[in-house]
Design a protein around this ligand. Structure first.
Ligand code: HGY
Ligand code: MN
Ligand code: MN
Ligand code: MN
Length: 413
């Protein structure tokens, strides 16, 4: 904890910026639809760039649209401390997922400016491209490319459901920057985020000190059966792709429950190639995922699904293809940065507890190359990736205060 125990962010200003930026992609139900590299994402990026420049930071953009707002420190030879999150949302997203961490980082800089504080190491406020992975696969796309998990060419060629490439979408919003990906150096990284789960709110705890994050595997799948007449094809002769998928969905759920409580599984997308109410579905594309903080459980889940798929395919005489398109091993955050987060929460007199992140975050990517950790605050009913997503103003301010004092502790304020 620095020698500024009474320094606090301006919670009203932070809340005002959250509500102001929620208009970029605002939906009628009070949520936000700001898909990565969409015009709405471009607009909020423009807003964010202007706000960072108004706070005295120099903003650079890399080839994948990752944004870095640099605030000088006393020792410019040292790599900056990174903090921030993402500005993109799910199709039925909310006002806080990602953007809270990015705007809280901006609020920390505004607070440091007003207090006339110059840190020892420079600060770098970040907006990472396509954290959500909804429009373009994978999730954490910009930060994973930054740490070398994907090549820029691979990422630029990824296409969305309409066949638009990430490269074309970046060009369309003017965020295919000149800076080579991966060249922004960091000495560490901290991310504030809503928990997106029920634990903190249920306990009445304000701060989650995130020590670990779940590993994840994403699959693209295809089931090929045989289209035929819904009325004249006897049941025992059918090769029904949707009935097969239905069993696969329950197998994903059953495996996660069987290997729980530290395992989850979801089939989030399914599309019948040529849907018709009186045709037996013959071809379906789908996606599936497993997550667990335990690598061994993840392997067990994968093996279990492979065995179940073989059995369903044989019995139903369909072909089932399952391609793993993204794997990320479980994340263990840096004990030193975790201690800085815990120390800040303690010094601020905020209730706090260690927690494992169920959701994936850009800090998972950065943790592979620099000391990193995360700060969680509660969200209403633990709901996220839903237009009902909500958080308390006081919790957002408390999270930003912990971010402020963590930054001061790590960057030498
Ligand atoms: O999928 C995730 O965990 C993240 O919210 N994109
Ligand atoms: Mn997020
Ligand atoms: Mn999300
Ligand atoms: Mn995240």
């Amino acid at each position: 904890m620095t020698d500024r125990p009474n320094l606090r962010v301006d919670g009203d200003r932070l809340w005002a910026t959250l509500m102001e930026t929620a208009r970029f992609g605002a939906t009628e139900k009070g949520g936000v639809r700001r898909l990565t590299l969409s015009p709405e994402d471009g607009a909020v990026r423009d807003w964010f760039r202007a706000a960072c420049e108004a706070a005295g930071m120099r903003v650079s953009v890399d080839t994948l649209g990752n944004m870095f707002a640099l605030r000088p420190g006393r020792d410019m030879a040292k790599p900056p401390l990174g903090f921030g999150s993402h500005l993109d949302t799910q199709p039925t997203g909310g006002k806080f997922d990602g953007i809270l961490g990015t705007l809280a980082a901006l609020e920390v800089v505004r607070t440091l400016n007003e207090a006339g504080i110059e840190t020892e190491v420079p600060l770098c406020v970040c907006n990472w491209t396509n954290e959500e992975g909804s429009r373009f696969v994978p999730a954490l796309m910009g930060s994973l490319a930054h740490v070398g998990d994907f090549t820029v060419e691979d990422i630029l060629s990824r296409t969305d459901a309409a066949g638009i490439t990430a490269g074309a979408a970046l060009e369309a919003i003017g965020y295919r920057g000149a800076m080579p990906v991966g060249t922004q150096a960091f000495g560490g990284f901290v991310e504030l985020h809503i928990e997106q789960g029920p634990l903190l709110e249920a306990e009445g705890t304000t701060i989650g000190v995130v020590e670990r994050g779940q590993g994840i595997v994403w699959y693209d799948g295809r089931i090929t059966g045989f289209e035929s007449h819904a009325g004249s094809t006897p049941m025992h002769l059918r090769r029904d792709a949707l009935a097969a998928l239905s069993e696969l969905v329950l197998a994903v759920e059953g495996l996660a429950v069987e290997h729980g409580p530290d395992a989850v599984g979801t089939v989030g997308e399914a599309a019948i190639a040529t849907p018709s109410r009186n045709v037996i579905p013959g071809a379906i594309a789908f996606s599936a995922e497993f997550r667990s903080p335990d690598a061994t459980i993840l392997e067990t889940l994968e093996r279990g699904l492979a065995a179940k798929i073989a059995e369903i395919a044989a019995r139903r005489r369909v072909e089932i293809a399952l391609d793993p398109v993204w794997r990320k091993a479980p994340t263990a955050f840096d004990p030193g940065v975790v201690a800085a987060v815990r120390g800040a929460a303690q010094a601020l007199g905020l209730s706090h507890r260690p927690i494992v992140s169920g959701a994936a975050h850009d800090a998972f990517s950065l943790a592979a190359i620099v000391p990193a950790a995360m700060i969680f605050v509660p969200c209403k009913d633990g709901v996220s990736h839903n237009e009902l997503e909500s958080a308390e103003k006081s919790d957002c301010a408390a999270g930003a205060d912990v971010l402020l004092h963590t930054v001061l502790a790590l960057a030498g304020g």
